[in-house]
Structures are given as C-alpha cells and as structure tokens.
Design a protein around this ligand. Structure first.
Ligand code: C2E
Ligand code: CA
Ligand code: CA
Length: 657
C-alpha cells in the first residue's frame, strides 16, 4: 500500500515536472482522439440495440468534453509561462481526470454490454482492452494517471466478469489485467529511465552554464587590470582596433592618448608600494569618473594609462590637458597629501596614422617629447614630431649598420680642482661619426641605441677604447665614464664591464661611473644591485645631472654614492640670488652627506670665481677645456706631469682657432 502511495507521488524535481508537462502536451490530445474514436465505434455498433442517450447522446457529450480537453492541451501555455507550481497542479488535475474518465467510460461500456449480441459484447471487451493499452502508452510520462486508469478500469472490469461467471470473458479480463499490469511495470521502468535522463541533462546544463559563467569570468579577468579594476592593456588594444575600424567606416576622427604620471616612482619608493598601489587606484578612479560613455580608460601598465575617444583635434587637446590638470590636484591617501603630475601624448586618426600600431606609437612618441620638453602637459603628435621621427629613422638606420669599432671614439673633458687649477680626472664622452650621416651628438645616439637595444655594445666598445687610451696617462688621474640606464640594470653588461676593467692595467679605484637619476629610477632595485657590484670592485659612483630629475633626497641617502655632479643648468641662474642659494644649498647637502660635489658647465672666469667663493672645489666646463681627443690630452700631460687647466685651456683655444 505504502509502495503504491509512493508510486502516486509526483517528483519534486522541477526539471522532471517540466519535462513531463512538455511530453504530455504532445501526447494527451492523441489520447482523447483515441478515446473518442474507439468509443464512437462502440456507440456505433450498439446504435440498434441500446437507447439513443447511451449511444448518440453519450457520444455527443463525451466528444465535446474530450475535444475541449484536447484543445486545452494543444493550446496550453509553455512551461516557462506558467511556472512549476501550476504545472504540478495541472499534472494532479490530469491524473484525477484520467481516473474520472476511466470510471465514466467503464460504467458506460459495461452498461452497453447489457445490450446487443455476442459480437457487440466482444466489441465492448476489445474496446476496454485496447483503450486501456492506448491510454497507458499515451500516459507514459505520467505514470500516476496510467496507474489510475488501470486501477479504475481493469480491476472493476475483472471483478465484473468474474462475478458474471462467464468463463470466456473472465479469461479475457484476466488476460487484460495481466497485460496492463506488465505494461505498467514496463512503463514505470521507462519512466525511471526518463527521469534519469532528465536529471543528467539538467546536471549537464548546470555544468555547462557553470563552465560558461567561469569562461565569462575568466574572459572578464583577462581583460581587467587587477589593481585598479579598469580595463587592461589587452582590452584597450582590442577596443582600439574596433574603434579604428568604426571610425574609418564612418569617416570620423578618433584620439588615442597615453597618460604617464610624473613623480610616481619617487613617491612609490619613498612611501612604499602599498601607498603606490592606492595612488594608482585613485588615479584610475579619477580618470574613470570624468569620462563619458564611449570613452575607454585603461591601465596600460605601471603608471601609464590609456584613453580612447571619438573627437576632433581641438577637443582632444583640451580634454587631454584637462585630465593632466585633474591628476595634478593633490591626492589624500590615509591622511597623507601627495602631489603627482601627469604628462600625456595624443595621436589622432587619420592625421597621425592609419593603424593601431602607428597611432599608439605616435601618441607614445608625443608623450616622450612632452616628458623631456615640458613636463605636466598634453601634446598632440604633430608635423614637427613627424620630421623628428624621419631624422631619427635616418639615425636608427645608420646606427644599425654602424661599424662600432671604427665609427665610435672617445673625447675626454678634464675635471679640475678649483683651488690648485690642476686636472685630477677626465670624463670620457662618447662620439659617433657615421660615414653616411656625419657626427651625431651623444645624447641623441645614446637614446636611440637604448631604444634599439644597441646600447650595451656601444657602452662596451666606448669603455674598452677609453680604458686602453687612459692606461697611458699618469696614475694620479681618475676617469669618469657615463653609463646608461640600461647598462646598470643589465647583469651581463656589468659582468663585461668588470671583465674589461680586470683585463686593463687600470686600478678600479681610479674609475668613476656616472649615472643619472633617470637611469636609477627606471629600475631602482636593479640599479642598486648594479651599483653595489661595481663598488665591490673598488670603483666609485657619481650621480650625474643632479637637479634635473626629481633630486630626491631619498635617493642621495639610500644609494651607495661617492659623488654628485651638479647639472650645468644651475650655472645659468647664478646671476640671481635664488640661483646662487640653490647652488649653495646643494653644496651644503653634499658636504653633510660626505659626497664629493662637482659643478658642471663652468664657462667663464666670473662664474668660476663665484663658485669658488661658495666653496665648490671641483669643476668641469668649457672654461677649462672642451672635451678633447686623447692625443691632445697626452700632449698636455707630456708637457707637464700635472697640467693645470690653463695649459688645457690653451690647447682648447688653439683647437677652436
Ligand atoms: P653629461 O654626462 O652631462 O656630459 C657633459 C656634457 O656637457 C657633454 O656633452 C659636454 O660636452 C658638455 N659640456 C661640458 N662643459 C660644458 C660647458 O661648459 N657648457 C656646455 N654648454 N656644455 C658643456 P656631450 O659630450 O654632448 O654629452 C652629452 C650627454 O650625453 C652627456 O651628458 C651624457 O649624458 C651623454 N653621454 C656622452 N657620452 C656618453 C657615453 O659614452 N655613454 C653614455 N651612456 N652617455 C654618454
Ligand atoms: Ca656625465
Ligand atoms: Ca652631467
């Protein structure tokens, strides 16, 4: 009994209920069709024997009811429109109705059985058997209803014939009971398979949608910058490609901007990376909060952000400048106020280029120039940049083809003691004379070589040449050599430099390597490691062009330095009190930190006099001598073992004449 009750229970799995409903929608109309046709046939064969209300009358009523139900199923709403609860109710209703109709048809057919001869009676028995079997088939997806039909039809049918004591019909009734019982078992088995299939299908769908969700999440993460939550470089470039195609099709202009924070590195180094990260998040938030829809802001990496929007030239520049100004407003993080700055380079399609690569490179180029020329503003890529690029290309090509050994040479500029006027060291300065484009100033070819990855070969060639030439000069003399940012961060270059020193006959203590602040800042930790390696050998380190970069006191304290070279730009401001105060201040700072202080760019006697009065003891500049070729330096040293700057100035002037 309990088992039977169990069998009549509906599944609680909504997926199964929905699937049952879907199958029944297709099959129940067939069932009514079968019922009406079979019953009509019985009514027809009994028309002459039974009263009309039992044949025609009954059939008209049943036809109407069955058609109404069949139509109701054919036009029933879809599962998602009515919801699981309503479907459940519908299944219960269908089961009850199946039972009720079963009873009605059974009573009707057994009543008809009273009329007619053996053929008609046989027809009734066949009608009941065939219809029950048909019903079971049509109700395969609702076993409760199939079982209800079997219970209300087959069982009373069997009892009826047994009680009537007719052996043939009793045998038929037993046969039918056996067949329908077996069929119910088969139906239950097949329903179990059906529910298993639905369950595994819905599990599969769940797994699939989970996989899709994970896939979408991965795709989103792959396009997002983890720190700021902004789109990342990859997303930026894919959107750039799309936007460019759209702009081309619509004949519209679009702007790409690269925004690079000024002073971020020293702040990051001074306050720590946590603070640096917070600052980057704030910058991202500030940028994202001001842009309108259709503009893309992305973090391209480090302290670099990218912007993409549809615009014309005037608006692009104004927007870029607005954002730079916005990022120059103070940031308050954990109660600390920090001031950044921002420089931006922009390129506009179609003026600056046709491809993503070209446009991005050009905005980067404009950024590079705004960084070096006028920090803190936005610059659009212009015709002037285009001309510069062309000439740079010529230099690039010549440099790539250069025979470094033959085309590079070194000039030496004396560094002089202001007290005695004696030369105590030389600064080696690289020179390149190309057979195709002539002589190119070092700051230009060095930058290009850095970009082309040729700097290591150039540094090593110049250093080897400088040490070979320098070896012939007196032991008391020192030699300064400039290293690029890339050199100090490259362990291979450092190893090779050390090898060159070891192979030369020059005592490492006589050597000083000069590094600019910008070189240190590119990769501070790598630079410190490089400096330590070189110092371990006994060489000294000088901070070059002091005052032009960030001039962070933090660097002076944290780095194992020996000397500071004050940039020649300070000499220009010497006529003013504030300029003199700065020079005085820098000297005081160096003395406090026990660092040698060399002033560069001394061009006149009056400048020298003021500097000496301030206390500067070491100086360099055209006033003493311009950079000279080795044989002229040798000549001066041959004339006097300790030549004074006057002797060199003489050589220098002779050359100029
Ligand atoms: P720097 O290291 O500051 O070198 C001093 C520069 O100032 C030299 O320019 C020198 O000729 C110039 N100079 C010296 N005295 C005076 C003066 O009284 N007035 C003026 N106006 N200028 C003066 P140079 O040789 O053109 O070198 C420019 C820069 O190129 C150097 O600046 C240095 O940063 C870089 N450089 C030169 N040679 C090398 C090298 O071999 N390797 C590397 N990595 N960089 C080099
Ligand atoms: Ca230098
Ligand atoms: Ca310098």
């Amino acid at each position: 009994m309990l088992q039977l009750k169990q069998r009549f229970r509906f599944s609680s799995d909504p997926n199964i209920i929905v699937a049952q409903y879907g199958a029944l929608k297709r099959q129940v109309p067939l069932l009514y069709f079968l019922l009406v046709v079979n019953a009509s046939a019985v009514a027809y064969t009994h028309r002459a024997f039974a009263p009309a209300y039992l044949t025609l009358g009954f059939m008209v009523v049943m036809f109407a009811i069955c058609m109404w139900r069949a139509m109701a199923w054919i036009y029933a709403k879809d599962a998602h429109e009515i919801g699981v609860r309503e479907i459940h109710r519908q299944l219960v209703r269908t089961t009850v109705l199946a039972g009720v109709l079963g009873v009605v048809f059974l009573v009707w057919s057994l009543t008809l059985e009273q009329y007619g001869g053996p053929n008609e009676r046989g027809h009734v028995a066949l009608f009941i058997a065939a219809t029950v079997i048909g019903c079971i088939f049509c109700l395969v997806h609702l076993p409760q209803a199939a079982m209800a039909v079997v219970l209300v039809v087959t069982v009373p049918y069997l009892i009826y014939y047994v009680l009537r004591g007719d052996p043939v019909y009793t045998a038929i009734a037993f046969n039918i009971a056996l067949v329908t019982g077996t069929m119910i078992q088969v139906l239950l088995n097949s329903f179990a398979t059906f529910t298993d299939m639905i369950r595994s299908k819905s599990e599969l769908i769940t797994k699939q949608s989970e996989a899709e969700r994970l896939g979408a999440e991965n795709a989103r993460l792959a396009q997002t910058d983890v720190l700021t939550g902004l789109p990342n470089r990859r997303y930026f470039f894919s959107q750039f490609e799309e936007a460019l195609q759209t702009a081309k099709a619509a004949h519209r202009q679009i702007a790409v901007g690269v925004f690079d924070l000024d002073r971020f590195k020293p702040i990051n180094d001074t306050y720590g990376h946590v603070m640096g990260d917070r600052l980057l998040c704030e910058v991202g938030r500030r940028l994202a909060s001001t842009v309108n829809r259709g503009t893309i802001v992305a973090r391209l990496g480090g302290d670099e952000f990218g912007l993409l929007f549809t615009t014309d030239i005037e608006t692009a520049h104004a927007r870029g400048q607005f954002l730079c100004d916005l990022l120059s407003e103070p940031f308050v993080i954990e109660g600390q106020t920090v001031m950044l700055g921002c420089s931006a380079g922009m390129a506009i399609y179609p003026e600056a280029g046709e491809t993503v690569h070209e446009l991005f490179d050009r905005s980067d180029y404009a950024l590079y120039h705004v960084k070096t020329d006028s920090r803190g503003g936005c610059t659009l890529f212009s015709l002037e940049h285009e001309t510069r690029i062309r000439s740079e290309r010529a230099v690039e090509t010549a440099l790539q083809r250069a025979d470094l050994e033959r085309e590079l040479h070194v000039r030496y500029q004396p560094i002089v003691c202001t007290q005695t006027g004696k030369v105590f060291a030389l600064e080696a300065l690289g020179r390149w004379t190309s057979p195709t484009i002539g002589s190119v100033p070092p700051d230009r070819f060095i930058t290009i070589a850095e970009r082309l990855g040729l700097i290591h070969a150039i540094t090593l060639t110049l250093f080897r040449k400088a040490l070979t030439e320098f070896a012939t000069l007196p032991d008391t003399l020192g030699l300064s050599f400039n290293l690029s940012a890339h050199d100090i961060a490259s362990p291979e270059t450092l190893d090779r430099l050390i090898e060159v020193i070891e192979q030369s006959r020059v005592d490492p203590k006589r050597l000083t390597f000069e590094l600019t602040e910008t070189a240190l800042m590119r990769d501070f930790d790598a630079a410190v490691r490089g400096i330590c390696m070189l110092r371990a050998l006994g060489t000294r380190l000088a901070l070059d062009d002091f005052g032009t970069g960030y001039s962070s006191l933090g660097y002076l304290r944290r780095l194992p330095l020996d000397k500071v070279k004050v940039d020649r730009s300070f000499i220009k401001d010497m006529d003013e009190l504030s300029g003199r105060n700065i020079l005085f201040g820098i000297l005081g700072l160096c003395q406090t930190l026990e660092l040698d202080c060399i002033i560069e760019g001394v061009e006149s006697e009056s400048q020298l006099r003021s500097l000496v009065a301030m206390g500067y003891r070491q100086a360099q500049g055209y006033f003493f001598s311009e950079p000279l070729p080795i044989h002229e330096i040798e000549a001066a040293f041959e004339a006097s073992p300790q030549p004074s700057f006057a002797a060199l100035a003489h050589v220098s002037r002779m050359r100029a004449a």
